[in-house]
Design a protein around this ligand. Structure first.
Ligand code: 2AM
Ligand code: CA
Length: 270
């Protein structure tokens, strides 16, 4: 599979930072037994991965802007291109030695996502997409699942953390969806949830209160795999509202039909 120079830059950067995260995962597993636990170590691992990604991407594409989970916004001379990067999505999983975490790199040009990469260093799954060129997992072309009946679908969600989001609404949403699907899942890494939708492993996924770097790469990967990605209103931009729902066109519509009214029903949400 031949990729553009930009994709090659992203892959090289992700693989280097991925090696670092994989080494650190080994150390996390040792630290589990210590009284202090691996929390501080994981924060360092996360920051180290982001610095590696910034350094590699900036060297290859000088002047592009960079928005990272750890370092915030770094403006560049080139105002039309921005990297949107999560060096470690699924931090809680990583902290517990659960191999469901990923590096996520999105590239935006003039406000449109033009490339995305999601890489899980624990199992070497590498998801890629470029605008108009399709989506791939380890060089195999991806297509979202074709199921049209919700009661045959496996759907994933996210759960708000302590002190964040609306827990009552989250429980309502889970109850409603659980009543209508073959299986409900919660894996804990938004980027990989979206990658799983792109690869047809999951039929759909929704979550509220995310950050742009959780979804930027996932958005283009799902779309290039033929799926629909929106906010929970059905036509809003997830990178702006922080809420996301995705699946094939039928399942996306079914999920919006259930989730949108619930959001309005519970106070404090639109
Ligand atoms: P993270 O691991 O990079 O923090 C879990 O439901 C998903 O929500 C993860 O992808 C997690 O990304 C993301 N997330 C976004 N904002 C979060 C927050 N404030 N606290 C915990 N997870 C958050
Ligand atoms: Ca994240």
């Amino acid at each position: 599979m031949l990729h553009s120079a930009t994709i090659n830059v992203m892959v090289k950067a992700a693989r280097r930072a991925g090696r670092s995260l994989k080494r650190d995962l080994g150390e996390v597993e040792n630290l589990q037994v210590s009284l202090k636990g691996p929390a501080n170590f994981v924060t360092m691992a996360d920051k180290r991965a982001e610095e590696m990604l910034y350094s590699d991407l900036d060297k290859a594409r000088p002047g592009y802007g960079f928005i990272g989970e750890e370092g915030g916004v770094r403006e560049g001379a080139d105002k039309s291109h921005t990297w949107i990067v999560d060096p470690l999505d699924g931090t809680t999983n990583f902290l517990h030695g659960i191999p469901q975490f990923a590096i996520s790199i999105g590239l935006q040009r003039e406000g449109t996502m033009i490339a995305g990469l999601i890489y899980n260093p624990a199992n070497d799954d590498l998801y890629l997409a470029e605008r108009g060129k399709g989506a791939f997992l380890n060089d195999q072309r991806l297509r979202v699942a074709g199921r049209r009946k919700l009661n045959e679908c496996v759907i994933a969600c996210g759960l708000p953390h302590i002190g964040r989001g609306d827990h009552e609404l989250s429980r309502l949403e889970m109850t409603e969806i659980q009543n209508q699907v073959a299986g409900l899942r919660r894996f804990g890494a938004a980027a990989l949830d979206m990658a799983f939708v792109a690869s047809g492993r999951l039929d759909g996924y929704w979550e509220r209160n995310l950050q742009p770097w959780d979804m930027a790469a996932g958005q283009i990967i799902v779309r290039e795999a033929g799926g629909i990605v929106s906010g929970i209103e059905g036509d809003d931009d997830p990178l702006k509202t922080g809420n996301v729902v995705c699946g094939n066109e039928f399942i996306h519509a079914e999920l919006v039909k259930i989730l949108k009214p619930l959001g309005k029903q519970v106070s404090g949400n639109q």
